[in-house]
Design a protein around this ligand. Structure first.
Ligand code: NAI
Ligand code: NA
Length: 396
């Protein structure tokens, strides 16, 4: 069939298999162009199908020649209905990995569940023996707690007072004021249950108890800080509480890994267009201004550039990993540069529906958003009849 983007609010209901494949190939080419990295060889990526997790899997495989196991929650295609983009991404990744002689298998299911953890344990035991690196890159609005069966929902709300600021509908370019009522304690607790560190530590405990962590094993989860304009709704809001919890969890996991000589890190990454971030109010306006400035300065990066740099200039330099005063790896350093933030802040005050076309990079935002679903890539014939059914035997 001919596959076109069908937008519904913050998501696109369709995905293009050839475009997703092109996206993965472009990321692989980028990593290869930067040369080999002396990194971990057996890697488990939880949240491996899109965004930072996919970029991590690609950086490990094609930068470090690693065997990778990916865990994700995606929808396969059915007759006449496309798969979710992460499914096509993973299929393309596995094909490319296989061609390159790299081990790659995936588990498609709920990473929060005991069943999927057990599947991963069995797969590691049978195929890899142990892992040296565990990337934790889940972004989910819900989590079914494995012990209680309760379904927790995360929220994106300020804490304490109502937050009012500008936001943009990136489809139309309309800049409006948005007001978000403050969270109650239940919202805060639920968001911490979904996006905090509990599940990360459950994974690490299970892997350790099954003796699947190699000596010196490392684990990394991703966090965000960002500017003052988004602080009330992000870092000091409900999601920020979850990130505080995630960051604190790195220290308890590191304690648990002491006898193995292992370590848990949080890496603070740059704001980027992903399925997760486009749903957060105010962030798309900030990103469109940030992109404009960072592109003008030649320091713009996407997920793959971020993670390739995380590996080559932070984790695997042969020297000690440098962290900030809170023990976090900072790869958001260019985003948070004083001159960049000052310029964004100036533009923020000026941003209106009329001015954004000039002062913001709305076109870049939209392009990245389409790209998430495999649309808008050079080299893909979008008018061609395309088979939505893609089969890959290594995705369970
Ligand atoms: P994303 O939406 O692109 O990726 C989420 C991944 O989690 C996908 O692979 C998805 O299949 C998987 N997933 C979701 N629910 C699952 C479940 N129940 N079971 C198994 N897999 C599941 O998100 P993105 O943006 O790459 O986020 C990853 C991490 O990076 C998050 O912790 C996020 O907060 C963080 N981050 C994101 C930034 C951004 O601007 N996008 C900036 C800094 C950090
Ligand atoms: Na991810």
């Amino acid at each position: 069939m001919i596959i076109e983007p069908r937008m519904r609010g913050f998501i696109c209901l369709t995905a293009h298999p050839k475009g997703c494949e092109q996206n993965v190939k472009n990321q692989i080419d980028y990593v290869k162009s930067k040369g080999k990295i002396n990194g971990a060889k057996r890697v488990l990526v939880i949240g491996a199908s899109t965004g930072f997790g996919l970029a991590s899997r690609i950086s490990s495989a094609f930068g470090c020649d690693a065997a990778t196991i990916g865990v994700f929650f995606e929808k396969p295609a059915s007759e006449g209905k496309t798969a979710s983009p992460g499914w096509y991404n993973s299929a393309a990744f596995e094909n490319e990995a296989n061609k390159a002689g790299l081990y790659a298998k995936s588990i498609n299911g709920d990473a929060f569940s005991k069943e999927v953890k057990q599947q991963a344990i069995d797969l590691i035991k049978n195929d890899l023996g142990q892992v040296d690196l565990v990337i934790y890159s889940l972004a989910s609005p819900v989590r079914m707690h494995p012990d209680t069966g309760v379904l927790h929902r995360s929220t994106l709300k300020p804490i304490g007072t109502t937050f009012t600021n500008k936001t943009v509908d990136f489809h139309t370019g309309n800049v409006t004021q948005v007001s978000i009522e403050p969270a109650n304690q239940e919202d805060i607790d639920n968001t911490v249950v979904v996006m905090g560190g509990e599940d990360w530590s459950m994974w690490m405990n299970d892997l350790k108890d099954a003796s699947l962590l190699a000596p010196g094993a490392t684990t990394i989860a991703y966090s965000y800080i960002g500017p003052s304009v988004t602080e009330a709704v992000y870092r000091k809001g409900t999601i920020g509480r979850a990130k505080d919890h995630l960051e604190a969890t790195a220290f308890t996991i590191t304690d648990d890994l002491k006898e193995l000589g292992g370590k848990a890190y949080v890496s603070v990454n740059k704001a980027l267009v992903t399925q997760a971030s486009s749903a957060i109010p105010v962030i798309p306006l900030y990103i469109s201004l940030l992109y404009k400035i960072m592109k003008a300065q030649g320091i713009h990066e996407g997920c793959i550039e971020q993670i390739q740099r995380l590996y080559s200039e932070r984790l695997y330099t042969g020297k000690e990993v440098s962290t900030d005063e809170n023990g976090r790896i900072r790869i958001d350093d260019w985003e948070m540069r004083k001159d960049v933030q000052e310029q964004v802040s100036n533009l923020w005050d000026k941003a209106t529906t009329e001015s954004l076309v000039e002062i913001g990079d709305l076109a870049g935002y939209k392009q990245d958003f389409l790209n998430l679903f495999g649309f808008g890539f050079n080299g893909v014939d979008y008018l061609a009849d395309t088979n939505e059914m893609v089969n890959v035997s290594s995705i369970k």
